[in-house]
Structure formats: structure tokens, C-alpha cells
Design a protein around this ligand. Structure first.
Ligand SMILES: Cc1cc2nc3c(=O)[nH]c(=O)nc-3n(C[C@H](O)[C@H](O)[C@H](O)COP(=O)(O)OP(=O)(O)OC[C@H]3O[C@@H](n4cnc5c(N)ncnc54)[C@H](O)[C@@H]3O)c2cc1C
Length: 425
């Protein structure tokens, strides 16, 4: 057991949220340790960026690296109705004639590693293959972590002034303090894989994300073009519909069969995948829409999926991971400058952050309202096109997008906002 290490900030988890926070804190001259469980870059889901990530990439010094990468450029997202009709693509440049309207589709193993390499370049001490088992507290105050090294299985205790939880859905502190609640109306599951080959549109639309409803709108598919002629394909549906009620007579789940059955109900996608080769067996995830009741405490902060995740439909996860990483980093640097690591100080970004999340959440609820369609809504309220494109672009912190919701609420139910809680101390 090694206990002699002390850092200004320990970041747990080397996904996009963790790399972002770690880099921006280290850039201000603080001593930052980032611990990542996986010894090597691995496959991860969450491959489509939205334009508003541009501003965080700019601060991170990542734009040039992304421009020089082989990641396909994404200019738009396009929806297909349950009858197979394609809506006009939502081009991000329609409301934003700036290079930030162009974003990327990323292979996560490579993208996450690029962010980690960039963190190392900016002074972060990055250690891979170290799994944090728990965060250590003295009363309510986080004081360090206990971790296990995957190579030799040795345990070590490391102390830090601020502990950032960016463990994604593993949600280390959230589970330790029992903070998480699954979004009750968004109990969903997803099956996904990669294909090689298949049909892509040309020109501006080649890198577009496609979101396609199945015939009865019980599920929907994403199609995300990736490098190496790969396409990420996944289906999302209610947990009961997609998994619980689809067990074989022996009680087992045949996820490949379920995926094929859903694809059968989505002819435009099936046609695009003609001749394409599935690259690996079906992956499954469920109950991914949840949120923690708190975003910070004494000497600790939650960012990215460790705080919460909405639903994959608008590809907001990476943006929120980067944005919360950025906002938390600013709050942490400010905390060091004022020598105040209270919940109030470290969580000062929380209210603004959840207000942006709320805009996405409402649009997610609209998407799952069977009577709602973007085409119908926009033919009735063409003045809201800009608001919708702004949300799809992720411009929820730079522009007021809330004006579209009163008209949308005539067709869609929006559950009440869930405020942040604070420690009772
Ligand atoms: C089905 C589905 C589809 C999605 N599609 C999209 C999409 O198209 N676009 C999009 O933007 N988002 C998408 N997302 C969401 C996106 O994947 C996440 O929001 C994003 O990865 C969050 O980043 P993060 O850094 O918070 O967490 P993660 O990327 O999950 O990173 C967490 C890291 O922490 C590490 N870790 C975990 N526990 C420990 C530990 N104990 N010790 C040390 N390290 C640890 C993990 O190994 C991992 O590297 C999708 C999500 C789902 C479920």
C-alpha cells in the first residue's frame, strides 16, 4: 500500500469529461492526476458530436487535431418518419454561418485517446489501468481515493484536494452516496454494433447522422458514419418492448434476433445496409437516462455521465460531458484561487448546467411523443426552425432556445424540472 501521494485534483475516469476537466485545470498550473481503468483504448458507444463542442475543443487546443483526423465531418442530422419519409436535413449552418457549425463523427477508442494525449501534453499525469474502488471521505469532505492497479493488483491510497468523478455510467460517487435516479418516463434499452460498407449519401450529407423511426414508432435507429468505411448502427426502444418482453422460451435474450426484427421494420435503413458486413456481436445497454440529485459536495464534483445522461437521440452526451468538464474546471480553479472548496463554490456551475440539459430533455420528450413530428410542428410554426436547429447544435448555453416550448407543449407532455439538491449541512 502506497499512501505518500498528494495532488491538487484527482480526476477519476479518462473519458471526454475527465480529460476536459483535467486538461483545463492543469493548464492553470495545478497538479492533476487522471486515473483511467482501461489499460488500453477500447470500444465505446457515443460517437456523434454536435457543433457546440467546438468551443470546448478550442479551449483544449484540440481543433487542429480534429481537423487533421480521419473522422467524417458532420454538417447535419436528418430524421426519417415511420413511413420511411426523410425530413429535410437540419443543417447546423442554417443558424450559424461559422466554422463551428461543422462537427465530427468519432471512433471513440481513437477520440478518447486523442483527448488523453492532449491532457498529457498540457501537464496532466495520466495513468491507465488503474481502477478507483472508492472515494475516501472524512465526514462529508472528500480527501482522496483508494485504487487498484490492474497490472499487479496492488492497492494504493492517493490524496487530493478536489476529487472529480468522471467515471461515466459507473458513477462512482453517485453510487457511493446513493444520488442517482433513473428518469422514470425514459426507461429505454439499446442494441448496437458497427457495419462495414453499405450506402452513404454524397457530398454535404455523407457524414450526417440519420435518426430513423421504425414502422410503429416503438423504436428508432441511429446511423452514424465513421472512419474506415464503418457505420455505427443502433436501435433504441422501451426497456420492456426491446428486451423484457422479447425473451426466448428458455428465458434467454437473443439480441441479434431482436435487432434483425427491428431492422425489418425500418426499410430505409435496411436498404442502406444491403451488402454491408456486421463487424462484431450485438452490444446491449439499458437504463441510461438518469441524473444525480447533487452535482458537488465538499471537495468533490460530478461531471459527464457520472452526473447524468439523457437519451442518445440528439447526440448530446459528449457535448454535456465536455461542457460540464469545462464548467467544473473553471469552478475548481476559482475554488483554488479563493481557497474555498465548499459545495456551493465547486457546484456554482450546476444551476446553469442543468438549465441547458433541460432544453435537451424537453426535446427528448417531444421525440418520444407519438403524436409529435418535427415536420408537422415546423409546418405549423415555421418560426421555430431556428430554435430547433440551435438545440440540435447544442447552442443551449449561448442562445435562448426556450421560446419553442410553449407551442410544443400543446402536443407534448414535459415533466417538471428536477432541481438540484444540496447537502443539509
Ligand atoms: C446507446 C447510447 C448511444 C450514445 N450515442 C451518443 C452519441 O451519438 N453522441 C454523444 O454525444 N453521446 C452519445 N452517448 C452518450 C455518450 O456515450 C456519453 O455521454 C459520454 O461517453 C460521456 O462521457 P464521460 O466522459 O462522462 O463518460 P465515459 O465516456 O463513459 O468515460 C468514463 C471513463 O471512466 C472510466 N472509469 C469508469 N470507472 C472507473 C473507475 N472506477 N476507475 C477509473 N476509471 C474508471 C471508464 O473506463 C471510462 O473511460 C450515447 C450513449 C448511449 C447509452
Amino acid at each position: 500500500m502506497n499512501t505518500n501521494q498528494n495532488y491538487d485534483t484527482i480526476v477519476i475516469g479518462g473519458g471526454p469529461a475527465g480529460s476536459t476537466a483535467a486538461t483545463l485545470i492543469a493548464q492553470q498550473g495545478y497538479r492533476v492526476l487522471l486515473l483511467e481503468r482501461d489499460a488500453e483504448p477500447t470500444f465505446k458507444i457515443g460517437e456523434s458530436l454536435i457543433p457546440a463542442t467546438y468551443w470546448t475543443f478550442k479551449r483544449l487546443g484540440m481543433l487542429e487535431k480534429l481537423r487533421n483526423s480521419n473522422f467524417p465531418q458532420k454538417f447535419s442530422v436528418q430524421f426519417f418518419t415511420r413511413t420511411g419519409k426523410a425530413t429535410n436535413p437540419f443543417y447546423f449552418f442554417e443558424t450559424n454561418p461559422h466554422e463551428s457549425a461543422i462537427t465530427w463523427q468519432v471512433l471513440r477508442s481513437e477520440f478518447d485517446q486523442m483527448l488523453l494525449d492532449n491532457a498529457t501534453e498540457k501537464g496532466v499525469e495520466v495513468r491507465r489501468g488503474v481502477s478507483v474502488r472508492k472515494v475516501l471521505f472524512e465526514g462529508d469532505k472528500a480527501i482522496g481515493i483508494a485504487a487498484q492497479n490492474g497490472k499487479n493488483n496492488n492497492f494504493e491510497t492517493i490524496h487530493g484536494t478536489v476529487i472529480v468523478d468522471s467515471t461515466g455510467q459507473r458513477s462512482l460517487i453517485g453510487r457511493q452516496l446513493d444520488l442517482n435516479t433513473v428518469e422514470p418516463n425514459l426507461k429505454k434499452a439499446s442494441l448496437f454494433t458497427h457495419y462495414e460498407g453499405g450506402h452513404r449519401d454524397e457530398g454535404l450529407d455523407e457524414g450526417a447522422t440519420l435518426i430513423l423511426h421504425t414502422e410503429e414508432k416503438d423504436s428508432w435507429f441511429w446511423s452514424i458514419p465513421l472512419p474506415y468505411n464503418r457505420t455505427s448502427i443502433g436501435v433504441v426502444g422501451g426497456l420492456d418492448y426491446l428486451l423484457q418482453n422479447r425473451r426466448e422460451p428458455d428465458g434467454k435474450l437473443n439480441t441479434q434476433k431482436i435487432f434483425n426484427e427491428e431492422l425489418e421494420k425500418c426499410q430505409p435503413l435496411k436498404q442502406r445496409l444491403e451488402g454491408a458486413k456486421q463487424l462484431f456481436s450485438m452490444q446491449t445497454t439499458k437504463d441510461f437516462s438518469y441524473r444525480a440529485s447533487r452535482i458537488a459536495g465538499e471537495n468533490w464534483v460530478l461531471i459527464g455521465d457520472a452526473f447524468g445522461f439523457l437519451d442518445p437521440v440528439y447526440s448530446t452526451g459528449l457535448f454535456l460531458a465536455l461542457k460540464s468538464g469545462e464548467m467544473a474546471a473553471d469552478a475548481i480553479v476559482d475554488a483554488f484561487q479563493k481557497d474555498d472548496f465548499s459545495e456551493q463554490k465547486l457546484g456554482s456551475f450546476g444551476q446553469t448546467f442543468i438549465e441547458g440539459m433541460e432544453a435537451f430533455r424537453k426535446l427528448v420528450y417531444a421525440f418520444y411523443t407519438k403524436e409529435f413530428s418535427f415536420a408537422r410542428f415546423l409546418s405549423e410554426y415555421p418560426q421555430h426552425l431556428g430554435g430547433i436547429v440551435d438545440i440540435l447544435s447544442g447552442d443551449v448555453y449561448r442562445r435562448d432556445v426556450t421560446h419553442i416550448f410553449p407551442d410544443m407543449s400543446k402536443t407534448c407532455y414535459f415533466p417538471p424540472e428536477v432541481p438540484l439538491e444540496h447537502s443539509s449541512h
